[in-house]
Design a protein around this ligand. Structure first.
Ligand code: UDX
Length: 438
């Protein structure tokens, strides 16, 4: 089966590479000539564990190629995936569909023989139908169907998520398109992955409902964490105990500084827009967005409170990306928290294993070569992202390097008793704060 993937961003690149691993012949197309040139040299523009290997293996096997030439990729393809960006439109929160529609216009020109055009980008309900209208208008003669096939990839484990998904959702009511999509995902059928065929509108909404629900779960436990702090309870025990109830489930109950990333903030806003447009209020999602935004801002206050006076203090920040195993800084809590601390007069020294190149574009702080350099002379450490390498720091060495042994752990990667024993003042999320034992 021949597949064209339009857009080599995060989703396009991972999906294209993994589909080639399934045995299909995949061409990934992008307008960005520098990106295509780099990919052709084996350089991967994002940090995603395992991606470089999958790309290299499949390029070598001649199943995966990169090109700028959409016009020649389209006629040969049995399935064309649209995986271009759908950023939040500045000002109104609507998903910006201009790239999706521009891709559809270009695809239309090249259609040749029966083709399934698939919207892979996260798009508001009704978009696949609009893509169909664009194609139909431009090419009344062409034989095609438009299907929706949302992705559920998590950054940092996207390759694994693609190979072993919980489910695959395909929105199409055409039997011919269903047959093509079944062939695309044939290796997953063999693994007995549930593949759900729905209408296109349902498929598009599933993606938003899944992300909004997960964002709600996180926000819920974050508010429970705030209550825990007031009543001297432990949020980790609460999360574990409620999570053991099969109706609730233990995942996505980790309290922290608020969710970020390329999906939850954007998709919750886009779902709110849809709900307003159709006159079906989504008050829970509305509250989730507001609570999460306020939380990020409030984390700077929490850090300030632990320090007493912020003016003139040096704060070592460990982790800048929105989560570990990615270099993605989109909507990272650090982008709200650090400027707020700087505005209060703090000096920031930071280290992130993969995110510093991205972070440099957004933050005017001192970047350090590792955690130990960052903490040297600091009045406090703030753990903002739970990278594995921060879970086992040499606490004695750190204490000796710091001006004062204070840690604000916004990811709860250490235990209060352990930190008190190690001689730290330790403040975390939804758990009791402790002072040094000696
Ligand atoms: C998410 C969805 O999980 C994925 O299915 C979808 O396709 C894209 O959006 P991603 O943004 O890569 O994936 O990261 P995820 O692991 O879901 O984390 C999102 C945010 O929530 C991060 O900021 C993370 O720190 C936060 N989070 C997650 C918590 O604060 N607590 C949790 O328990 C889980």
């Amino acid at each position: 089966m021949r597949i064209a993937m339009i857009g080599t961003g995060y989703v396009g690149l991972v999906s294209g590479a993994c589909l080639s691993e399934f045995g299909h012949e995949v061409i990934c197309v992008d307008k960005d000539s520098a990106k295509i040139a780099a990919l052709n040299k084996g350089q991967i523009p994002i940090f995603e564990p395992g991606l470089e290997d999958v790309v290299a293996t499949n390029v070598k096997a001649k199943r995966l190629a990169f090109s700028q030439d959409l016009e020649s990729a389209v006629p040969k393809a049995d399935a064309i995936f649209i995986a271009v960006g759908t950023p939040s439109r500045r000002g109104d929160g609507h998903a910006d569909l201009s790239y999706v529609f521009a891709a559809a216009e270009e695809i239309a020109r090249g259609l040749d023989g029966y083709t399934v055009v698939v919207t892979k980008s996260t798009v508001p309900v009704g978009t696949s139908r609009k893509v169909e209208e664009i194609l139909r208008q431009a090419r009344p003669d062409a034989e095609f169907d438009v299907a929706s096939n949302p992705e559920f990839l998590r950054e940092g484990s996207a390759i694994e998520d693609f190979r072993r998904p919980d489910r695959v959702v395909v929105g199409t009511e055409s039997d011919r398109a269903k047959a093509v999509m079944k062939e695309v995902y044939r290796p997953l059928y063999l693994n007995e992955t549930p593949i759900l065929f729905t209408s296109r509108e349902t498929s598009e909404l599933i993606k938003y409902a899944a992300n909004a629900f997960l964002a709600t779960k996180i926000t819920f436990i974050n508010e429970i964490a705030d209550i825990c702090e007031k009543v001297n309870a432990d949020v980790q025990d609460v999360a574990r105990a409620i999570g053991l109830d099969g109706r609730i489930g233990g995942k996505f109950l980790h309290a922290g500084p608020g969710f970020g990333g390329s999906c939850f903030p954007k998709d919750t806003l886009a779902l709110l827009k849809t709900s307003q447009q159709v006159g079906a209020p989504a008050r829970i999602v509305d509250a989730v967005v507001a609570v999460n935004d306020a939380r990020k801002a409030r984390m700077a206050e929490k850090i300030a409170a632990a320090l007493g006076e912020v003016q003139g203090k040096c704060i070592a920040v460990l982790g800048l990306t929105f989560k570990p195993n990615t270099d993605d800084m989109r909507d990272a809590p650090s982008l709200t928290i650090l400027p707020a601390l700087q505005a209060k007069g703090a000096q920031i020294r930071a280290y992130d294993p993969e995110g510093m190149d991205e972070a440099r574009k957004h933050l005017d702080i001192t970047f350090c070569k590792d955690a130990y350099q960052a903490v040297s002379g600091a009045d406090a450490i703030v753990i903002l992202t739970e990278w594995n390498e921060f879970r086992a720091l040499d606490l004695n060495r750190i204490k000796a390097l710091m001006k004062a042994p204070v840690m604000i752990d916004l990811r709860n990667i250490y235990r209060p008793a352990q930190m008190a024993d190690a001689g730290f003042t330790y403040v975390s999320v939804g758990r009791r704060s402790v002072s040094p034992k000696h």
